[in-house]
Design a protein around this ligand. Structure first.
Ligand code: SAM
Ligand code: SF4
Length: 326
């Protein structure tokens, strides 16, 4: 078991497969000319598998693949299939642009559920947010995966003045299709132009939905970061991930491995522990994993509190989201 000093058991690992991406979401990848990490410095496919096995032997039973965009990696299929053979629930967060090429691989890997990110239902706004013209491709791929009975969660980063006017359009989508929309409060990362007045909170989101719909709150599963709701009679559900206004650190069970093999004990941790270099040197990395998790802060990487109005984003020491793995 991997536990921290607050007795939180860490059984959920997010692995970033790459910091490369084919979109340029401004809140995630601040600079258009960001230089991606050279392949030799990334964990190789066999290294990802070997590191995953060490975590699994020590109690990890859920792995989420992320990035960057996991599906831009040339050996993505090999990595997914190798991890699918391990005794772990495997899932993924993707921008959805390449999913059609991976339908058979994901079926073979028995990955029944996945998160697809889409912040707007308007093509022009999508282009503004991501600096790329891939809206139709993603919508088509969401439909393709729904048709193939995948449990599809749609991640929507909610930003005041940008897409808060689309909240009820997303909820309307859950009426006839079994999509599970997850509104994510906008979070501060290095260089991403975050200011507290752009956060549209959990409570504000629910107020907007309640102006149009009668909603019911669904029960939270253990370790769930999402507060779940549904409109009675709708096929899908919606949820809010309230990291900023109501953090869920008390039940945190997550660790993150960056694409260059650094362990982050929290999304907002200041420090990280290099596992890849000692692993390549043949050293035992288990003590490093335990040390890193033991040093985990009680909440939000010890860098801020839920009083988010007083956060100065430029004072937070962290990577940009694309280099962490969301
Ligand atoms: N490329 C994949 C994707 O877009 O789904 C996986 C990586 S992405 C970093 C993972 C998730 O983090 C996405 O749902 C994205 O919208 C979310 N994300 C990125 N930056 C964020 C921010 N500043 N605040 C909240 N969520 C963010
Ligand atoms: Fe790429 Fe996902 Fe970040 Fe957008 S959110 S830039 S798709 S990694």
């Amino acid at each position: 078991m991997i536990t921290d000093s607050y007795n939180r058991i860490h059984n959920y690992l997010r692995i970033s497969m790459t910091d490369n991406c084919n979109l340029r979401c401004f809140y995630c990848m601040p600079e258009e000319d960001y230089e991606f990490t050279p392949a030799s410095r990334l964990m190789q496919a066999n290294e990802i598998e070997a590191l995953a096995k060490i975590f699994i032997s020590n109690g990890v039973d859920k792995i989420r693949l992320t990035g960057g965009e996991p599906l831009v990696r040339k050996d993505a299929a090999d990595i997914i299939l190798a991890l699918s053979k391990l005794p772990v629930a495997l899932t993924m967060t993707t921008n959805g642009t390449r999913l059609d090429d991976f339908l058979d691989v994901l079926k073979k890997a028995k990955m029944h559920s996945l998160n697809i990110s889409l912040d707007t239902l308007h093509r022009e706004k999508f282009q503004l947010l991501t600096r790329r013209d891939q809206f139709e491709k993603i919508i088509n791929n969401i439909h393709l995966f729904l048709k193939n009975d995948f449990h599809v969660k749609v991640n929507v980063v909610m930003m005041k003045g940008l897409n808060d006017n689309e909240i009820n359009d997303f909820v309307a989508w859950t009426k006839d299709e079994p999509v599970h929309v997850r509104f994510i409060e906008f979070m501060p990362f290095s260089g991403n132009k975050w200011t507290s007045n752009k956060v549209f909170t959990w409570k504000e989101i629910i107020e907007v939905v309640e102006q149009k719909y009668k909603v019911i709150r669904l029960e939270d599963a253990k370790h769930d970061t999402a507060k779940k709701y549904m409109v009675p009679g709708h096929k899908g559900t919606f949820a809010v991930i309230s990291t900023m206004s109501a953090p869920f650190c008390a039940g945190c069970n997550r660790m993150r491995l960056t694409a260059d093999g650094k362990l982050k004990n929290c999304l907002f941790s200041k420090t990280e522990t290099d596992l890849l270099t000692p692993f390549r040197n043949g050293e035992d990395i288990l003590p490093l994993i335990h040390q890193s998790i033991q040093a985990k802060a009680k909440m939000l990487g010890g860098q801020f509190t839920e009083d988010f109005a007083h956060i100065h984003a430029e004072e937070i020491a962290n990577r940009s989201m694309i280099t962490i793995g969301g």
